[in-house]
Design a binder for this molecule. Structure first.
Ligand code: E4P
Length: 217
């Protein structure tokens, strides 16, 4: 399972990247706003640091303008995955980018039917949003499961990039289902290391060690 980091915060990406935890990065307009940086500048900085795919999202809503924006974003670096929304225009742009050999991440996917269309349009990645489905009281991980079954039935090459991840359980569920990639905020990835029994166990070991009066160094 590949780990993408869902942020445009360069320092946070660097911390995880130095540990070898980053296979790619996803950004979106809201994350660019949060970072408070120029999209071209920050995306270039991320691409220089991370060798895997870095998703940069278009903001136009009509195919022609999306294609123009995507072509500009693709010039930032060879590892750019052009991110387009799952609309009919987005699928049209996806097909155009894929035909020219660009990686495309089709985002804002909320149904298996949408995921089928993205695969047919040549998407490299489909981004189903788990957390936002949970927010409206649907079971977000079920969408990942459905897409996995469909893509395997037809040997579609589009990778399932589970997005809108809010919890460690989301990541574990995606791993069990066989999502190709998860993209999660740095804090969620870091919290995967936490366990109350690890903290408790360490506390006991350190107390007992102090009683031995020994030192290792
Ligand atoms: C995916 O590429 C999106 O950037 C992201 O996962 C959206 O997550 P959110 O629903 O937490 O905003």
């Amino acid at each position: 399972m590949k780990f993408f980091v869902d942020t445009a915060d360069v320092a946070a990406i660097k911390e995880l990247n130095d540990l070898g935890m980053v296979d790619g990065v996803t950004t979106n307009p809201s994350l660019i706003l949060k970072a408070g940086r120029d999209i071209i500048e920050v995306t270039k900085e991320i691409c220089d640091m991370v060798s895997g795919p870095v998703s940069a999202e278009v903001v136009a809503t009509e195919a022609k303008a999306m294609i123009a924006e995507g072509m500009k974003l693709a010039k930032i670096a060879p590892n750019i995955a052009i991110k387009v929304p799952l609309t009919w225009d987005g699928l049209t742009a996806c097909k155009a980018f894929a035909s020219e050999g660009h990686m495309v991440n089709v985002t804002l996917c909320f149904s298996p039917a949408q995921a089928i269309l993205a695969a047919k349009a040549g998407a490299s990645f489909i981004s189903p949003f788990i957390g936002r489905l949970d927010d409206i009281h649907l079971e977000g991980v079920n969408l990942i499961e459905d897409i996995r079954i469909i893509y395997d039935n037809y040997d579609f090459k589009t990778q399932i990039l589970a997005a809108s991840i809010r919890t460690v359980n989301h990541i574990v569920d995606c791993a069990k289902i066989g999502a190709d990639v998860i993209t999660a905020p740095p804090a969620v990835i870091k919290s995967m290391a936490q366990h109350v029994l690890t903290d408790k166990g360490l506390e006991i070991f350190l107390k007992d060690w102090a009683k031995t009066g020994q030192k290792i160094l």
